[in-house]
Write a protein of this length. Structure first.
Length: 336
């Protein structure tokens, strides 16, 4: 029996994803860069449900407007009901890759309307994400990789190799755009893709990308269980909120809330740190690292009168500190 073609296999992957996560969704949007992954996804998506292609022009490369217009034309030719080019201004926070990602996601979130957004991340992208998290020592959460369904973001191709999306484009006679940044050694992910993963595959005898993707699934299942337990514990450790159920305790309640260190201390370490993480995020923290969260945790488990722990703040002109006072964890804000 002949093996199904690349288009058939990709359609099956997307159909299975839609059946599991989006059974009631009549239409969707797809983030289209013009590259092989998103172009293959657009081709298959447009055959299954009414699809709007959203093309973000970051303006970071010469000719980016022309690339975006070509992608828009391809989307319409593939049967998309609409295709929009969105021009963004990329900032500088976090470096060029992070800044471009921030601008892209903000633009997609604004333009999508009520539609979920399909993203073309593949198993190879997931493997790279796991390696990035491992190398940065950011903890299990960062190595858990990308969620397949994280509303409104949908990643139906996390079980699909990049070679398969390239095969789809070839099968359909499509000419994808090959982003020169993907081969630019100035970018960390490009070096992982072009140097590190091929070396690991060679040294370990193949199968590394699949193994890393499986690792992401296992870690994500563990972190999601811990998050559920932390959600249940929050009312018991939040001062003044013991009478609330976990479903009633939202970010507004946690902003400026205080945590009882005695109640925190009896929780298991992973659950306690998950509680601390959510508290910090709700209070305006950002870009939290495992080191920072563990330092705040030591205010509970190894209290010796130490000073506050600085964490990144969402507010540009504010410094944020987690401090312990009178048996409580509190957030202190200082102007920059």
């Amino acid at each position: 029996m002949d093996r199904p073609g690349a288009v058939t296999r990709l359609r099956a992957a997307l159909s299975a994803f839609a059946g599991q996560w989006l059974p009631q969704q009549d239409s969707w949007a797809v983030a289209l860069s013009g590259g092989p992954d998103s172009l293959a996804l657009t081709a298959v998506a447009a055959r299954l449900r009414p699809t709007t292609a959203l093309i973000v022009d970051h303006g970071l490369q010469a000719g980016s407007a022309q690339v975006a217009e070509i992608a828009r034309g391809q989307a319409l030719a593939l049967g998309c009901v609409a295709a929009r080019v969105i021009t963004v201004t990329v900032g500088v926070d976090g470096g060029p890759e992070a800044a471009a990602r921030t601008a892209r996601y903000a633009a997609l979130a604004k333009a999508r309307g009520a539609d979920p957004v399909l993203l073309g991340h593949t198993l190879d992208d997931q493997a790279e994400t796991v390696l990035l998290g491992l190398g940065r020592g950011s903890g299990a959460r960062s190595m858990a990789g990308m969620r397949p369904y994280d509303p409104p973001w949908c990643r139906p191709l996390l079980g699909v190799r990049r070679a398969q999306t390239t095969a789809v484009c070839a099968e359909l006679g499509l000419s994808p755009w090959l982003d020169p940044h993907n081969g630019d050694a100035r970018f960390t992910r490009a070096r992982l893709r072009g140097e590190v993963l091929p070396l690991l595959e060679d040294v370990l005898g193949g199968g590394v990308a699949d193994a890393l993707a499986r690792t992401a699934i296992a870690l994500r299942e563990n972190t999601e269980l811990i998050d559920d337990l932390a959600e249940q514990a929050l009312p018991e450790v939040t001062v003044g909120a013991a009478e609330l159920g976990s479903a009633e305790l939202d970010a507004a309640d946690l902003d400026a809330a205080e945590l009882d260190t005695a109640a925190l201390a009896v929780l298991s370490g992973p659950v306690r740190r998950a509680v601390i993480r959510r508290w910090l995020l709700a209070g305006g923290g950002r870009d939290l690292t495992d080191l920072q969260i563990r330092a705040v945790d030591r205010l509970v488990t190894a209290w010796r009168g130490q000073g506050g722990v600085a964490v990144g703040s969402q507010a540009r002109r504010e410094r944020l500190f987690a401090v312990r006072r009178d048996g409580l964890l509190r957030l202190r804000r200082e102007p920059v």
